[in-house]
Design a protein around this ligand. Structure first.
Ligand SMILES: NC(=O)c1ccc[n+]([C@@H]2O[C@H](COP(=O)([O-])OP(=O)(O)OC[C@H]3O[C@@H](n4cnc5c(N)ncnc54)[C@H](OP(=O)(O)O)[C@@H]3O)[C@@H](O)[C@H]2O)c1
Length: 338
């Protein structure tokens, strides 16, 4: 990648935006100029990029003049308003919100699964939901080799998935309870400290939550197979970073845990952490700050002839959001720069 690019991060002050900046630095993305955009609340703040403080600007209609790549993580309503304007101004927009994910004209990309959907030139590319990303990275090679017919997944999702305010809420509730005070509940409907809430995003008419249906619809779009039957239960747990998922699949062809382990050991972006004799399996804490998807507890599902169960863990802010977006930007830059 010899060409340098003008980059904007919209939502730079948020949980995901902040990690996007760290990923651009760590991966040495070829940046010519960088701008940080957020709401009026953040004007006057500055954030470091490679040791240099950069002033945060207000996100406005004309923010994208001269920008090549815009990484968006400022919520769906902000993306709906500004991402098309950025694309019209000549940018490729890599959007972390749910605004465009299911639009059939817009690619929904996890590089390990469908990098071929990244087109060069301006336009919008959607970054999937965090819980979907880590699941499809692990399931794609299994689907290609063995065909997945059905997925049952239960998630254990970190509070950072709700953004910076939820990180503070968990921290404050733990401190209040330790001090014998009544905890303040603002972000979630119930206390999240020492609790589990089977409720992520809004409830829909079919009894599932929007987060659960994101896992169903986005997985089918990324794996390019609408015939896969999927049912998800998504649960918020009092963990700061790292989503964990108990995933149970039914394959077309009979397989074994050994075969699945071998497939995953060769899979891009996956690390198999699976040695129960030595109590070795992935945990949310060990995934924190890492870019890979960790898979363990791979075992036969005794309740079904072609069933396999596994435990999939990844840092929701890294691979679940920022890293995936920057990987897309890298592939786009390779294609556009060639
Ligand atoms: N957290 C995750 O695991 C995760 C994973 C995948 C996708 N996402 C998506 O990424 C987006 C951001 O999530 P987050 O967790 O980073 O949230 P967050 O910590 O609450 O940050 C939100 C960011 O958006 C900015 N913003 C909000 N309203 C704005 C407006 N009207 N104009 C300009 N900027 C505005 C905020 O700026 P101020 O600081 O100025 O308010 C802040 O920079 C959401 O769409 C979320 O669904 C999150």
């Amino acid at each position: 990648m010899s060409r340098l690019w003008n980059v904007a991060v919209a939502g730079a002050t948020g949980a995901v935006g902040n990690q996007m900046i760290r990923c651009l630095e760590e991966r040495n993305f070829p940046v010519k100029n960088i701008k940080f955009l957020a709401s009026t609340r953040s004007v006057g703040k500055s954030l470091p990029f490679k040791g240099t403080p950069i002033a945060v600007e207000e996100l406005k209609e004309d923010s994208f003049k001269g920008v090549d790549i815009a990484l968006f993580s400022a919520g769906a309503s902000t993306s709906l308003k500004f991402a098309p304007l950025a694309a019209q101004a000549g940018c490729v927009v890599i959007d972390n919100s749910s605004a465009f994910r299911m639009d059939p004209k817009i690619p929904l990309v996890v590089p390990e699964c469908n990098a071929k959907r990244i087109r060069k030139g301006p336009g919008i590319i959607a970054n999937p939901n965090c819980s979907t990303i880590q699941m499809v990275v692990a399931l794609k090679p299994i689907h290609v080799k063995l065909g997945i017919k059905r997925i049952i997944v239960s998630t254990y999702q970190a509070v950072s998935g709700t953004g910076q305010k939820a990180i503070f809420e968990l921290r404050d509730q733990i401190a209040d309870l330790a001090a014998g005070k009544e905890p303040t509940i603002k972000v979630y409907p119930y206390q999240i400290a020492y609790n589990c809430l089977p409720h992520i995003d809004v409830f829909l008419d079919n009894g599932y939550t929007k987060e659960e249906m994101k896992m169903v619809n986005e997985t089918r779009k990324i794996l390019e197979d609408d015939s896969i039957k999927i049912s998800a239960t998504t649960v918020r747990v009092p963990v700061y970073y790292g989503h964990s998922e108990a995933v149970n699949i039914k394959t077309l062809k009979k397989t074994t845990p050994q075969e699945v382990r071998k497939l995953l050991q060769k899979a891009p972006g996956v690390v198999v952490v699976d040695d129960i004799a030595n109590k070795v399996y992935p945990t949310a804490l060990m995934s924190e700050g890492k870019d890979e998807v960790f898979v363990g507890r791979i075992r036969e599902d005794f309740s079904d002839r072609n069933g396999i169960a596994m435990w999939i863990v990844s840092d929701n802010i890294r691979k679940g959001a920022a890293t995936n977006a920057v990987q897309i930007a890298e592939i786009w830059a390779q294609k556009a720069g060639s």
